[in-house]
Design a binder for this molecule. Structure first.
Ligand code: 5GP
Ligand code: ZN
Length: 113
C-alpha cells in the first residue's frame, strides 16, 4: 500500500532497527520505546488489523508471535514479556498496518491505561 509507514519499513524503503526478519515478517525496535525491550513485529504485506490478518492469513499471526517472542528473548527479555495488538481507535492503534508490540526488560504493570 502506498503511503503506509510500516509497508515502507517492511520493504526497506524507510530504515528501522530490524532485529529479526524472514521473507514474510520483520521485527524492529519501536522508535519511542515504552520498556527496555520494545519491538514491533509486522507482516511485510499490508493488512490493517490483527482481525483482518487472522481472517485472511492466520499463519502470519503465528509468524508474528513466533518471531516476536524469539526476538524478545534475544534482546534480553529473558524474564518474560508482553505481546499486544492495539486494535482500532479505542485499542490505541495509531498505525494502520497490523503490528504486535513486544515489551519486556522490566516488570510490566496491569491493567494498562
Ligand atoms: P500503535 O500506536 O499503532 O499501537 O503503535 C505504533 C507504534 O509505532 C508506536 O509505539 C510508535 O512509537 C511506533 N512508530 C511510529 N513511527 C515509527 C517509525 O517511524 N519507526 C519505528 N521504529 N517505530 C515507529
Ligand atoms: Zn502497510
Amino acid at each position: 500500500m502506498t503511503d503506509c509507514l510500516f509497508c515502507a519499513i517492511g520493504s526497506g524503503a524507510i530504515p528501522a532497527a530490524i532485529v529479526a526478519e524472514t521473507d514474510r515478517v520483520a521485527v524492529f525496535r519501536d522508535v519511542n520505546p515504552q520498556a527496555p525491550v520494545h519491538l514491533l513485529a509486522i507482516p511485510k504485506a499490508h493488512f490493517g488489523s490483527v482481525a483482518e490478518l487472522a481472517a485472511v492469513a492466520p499463519d502470519l499471526v503465528s509468524d508474528l508471535i513466533t518471531e516476536g517472542s524469539a526476538a524478545a528473548v534475544a534482546e534480553g527479555a529473558t524474564n518474560g514479556y508482553r505481546i499486544v495488538f492495539n486494535t482500532g481507535h479505542d485499542g490505541g492503534q495509531s498505525v494502520g498496518h497490523v503490528h504486535t508490540h513486544v515489551l519486556g526488560g522490566r516488570q510490566l504493570t496491569w491493567p494498562p491505561g
